[in-house]
Write a protein that binds this ligand. Structure first.
Ligand SMILES: C[S@@+](CC[C@H](N)C(=O)[O-])C[C@H]1O[C@@H](n2cnc3c(N)ncnc32)[C@H](O)[C@@H]1O
Length: 317
C-alpha cells in the first residue's frame, strides 16, 4: 500500500520492512452496544457481533468489555456507542446514546462501574463519575487526557513512532510539533530541545501545556491554530531546526506547501494515510526536500489502515 501510493504520486524513496505491533495491544476502541450485545459492527452492516474473543484489544480492555456486557444491559435503555481508552490510571469511558442523563442513570452507572478499574465516565458529554484523572505518561510527563482526546491506538506503535521521530530530528535544538495533540512527540522531545506545539484542539493543548509544566521540562510553548486554513508560513517555519508533523488522515497539503518554500533543515512526517502522505511527500520533494527512508508501522492489525513515519532533509540550492 505504501509503495503503491508513493509510486502513484511519483515519489522515489526506500520503504523499509513493516514494523508490526504485537496482537492484543490496542488500548482504545469504540464499541457498539445494544441490549446485552457489546462488540463491533459486522463488515458493511449494522449488525453487532457480540464479542467473545479478540486478538486486537489489550487483555485489560477485552476483560472490561466482558464485565460490562451484563452490567450495562441493566443500565442502558437505548443502543449506545462506547468509546474506551485504557489509561495508566484506569479506563476512560465515553457513551453516546439517545438516552438522556438523569440522576437514576448516574446512580445506575456508578453501580455498574463498581469494582472495575474505571477512572472516568462521560455520557453524551456530561461527566457522570471521575474517580481519577485518566492519565498517560509521554516522555516522563504525566498527561491528563481530555475527554475523547486523540491518543495513538497502541503503546507499542507510539513508542516506535517516538523513537523514529527522535532519530530523524537528531540534535535539533528548536522544534515545531504540528498537529501535536496532547504531546506524544512534543513532550519527549522537550527533554533536550525547545518545542513549539501547534494544534487546533484547545483541551489537548491545555493538557500538553500542564503536563510539560509539571514535568519541569524545557517549557513547551503552545499555539491553537487551524493548520489547514492557516499553516505556518516559511518565515515562521525558518525559526526551527526541525519540524514534526502528524496530521489526521486528510494529510497536511497546505502545510506541506509552506514547508516546501521554507529552509527548515529536517522534517519528520508521521502519517496514518499512505495516499495523503504520498501527495504531501511529492509537494515537499518538488520544493527541494529529499525523502529519507519510509518505515510503515502496522498498528491497525488485520485492517487496511497503516501508520508510517519518514524523514525529509533540505537538499542543497
Ligand atoms: C493523528 S493526530 C496526532 C496527534 C499527536 N501528534 C499524537 O501522536 O498523539 C492528529 C491531530 O491533528 C489535530 N488536527 C486535526 N485537524 C487539524 C487542523 N486543521 N489544524 C490543526 N490541528 C488539527 C487533531 O486534533 C489531532 O490532535
Amino acid at each position: 500500500m505504501v509503495q503503491a501510493a508513493l509510486m502513484k504520486a511519483g515519489v522515489r524513496c526506500e520503504v523499509l520492512d513493516t514494523v508490526s505491533v504485537p496482537p492484543r495491544s490496542r488500548r482504545r476502541a469504540v464499541f457498539k452496544i445494544s441490549g446485552s450485545e457489546i462488540g463491533f459492527h459486522a463488515a458493511q452492516s449494522n449488525t453487532i457481533v457480540d464479542m467473545r474473543e479478540c486478538l486486537v484489544l489489550t487483555p485489560g480492555l477485552f476483560g472490561l468489555v466482558q464485565a460490562l456486557r451484563r452490567r450495562l444491559a441493566l443500565v442502558l435503555k437505548a443502543p449506545a456507542d462506547l468509546h474506551v481508552t485504557e489509561t495508566d490510571t484506569g479506563f476512560d469511558l465515553a457513551f453516546r446514546s439517545p438516552q438522556t442523563v438523569t440522576p437514576a442513570l448516574t446512580q445506575a452507572m456508578a453501580g455498574a462501574a463498581a469494582g472495575l478499574d474505571i477512572a472516568r465516565i462521560l455520557f453524551n458529554g456530561a461527566l457522570l463519575l471521575e474517580r481519577a484523572a485518566p492519565e498517560v505518561v509521554e516522555g516522563g510527563a504525566r498527561v491528563k487526557l481530555p475527554p475523547q482526546a486523540f491518543l495513538q491506538p497502541t503503546r507499542e506503535g507510539e513508542q516506535a513512532l517516538q523513537a523514529h521521530v527522535a532519530q530523524i530530528v537528531g540534535g535539533a535544538k528548536t522544534i515545531a510539533d504540528l498537529f501535536a495533540g496532547c504531546g506524544t512527540f512534543a513532550l519527549p522531545l522537550a527533554a533536550r530541545a525547545r518545542v513549539h506545539a501547534v494544534e487546533q484542539d484547545a483541551p489537548a493543548l491545555a493538557a500538553l501545556a500542564e503536563a510539560s509544566r509539571a514535568a519541569g521540562r524545557k517549557p513547551v510553548t503552545t499555539e491553537r491554530r487551524d493548520l489547514f486554513k492557516l499553516p505556518l508560513t516559511p518565515a515562521e517555519l525558518n525559526l526551527y531546526d526541525a519540524v514534526v508533523l502528524d496530521p489526521p488522515r486528510a494529510g497536511a497539503e497546505a502545510q506541506a506547501g509552506q514547508l516546501a518554500k521554507s529552509r527548515v533543515p529536517t522534517i519528520a512526517y508521521v502519517s496514518c494515510d499512505a495516499a495523503s502522505f504520498a501527495r504531501d511527500a511529492a509537494i515537499l520533494a518538488a520544493g527541494g526536500y529529499r525523502p529519507g527512508v519510509v518505515t510503515p508501522i502496522d498498528q491497525f492489525l488485520w485492517s487496511s489502515h497503516i501508520e508510517l513515519v519518514a524523514g525529509f532533509v533540505r537538499g542543497k540550492g
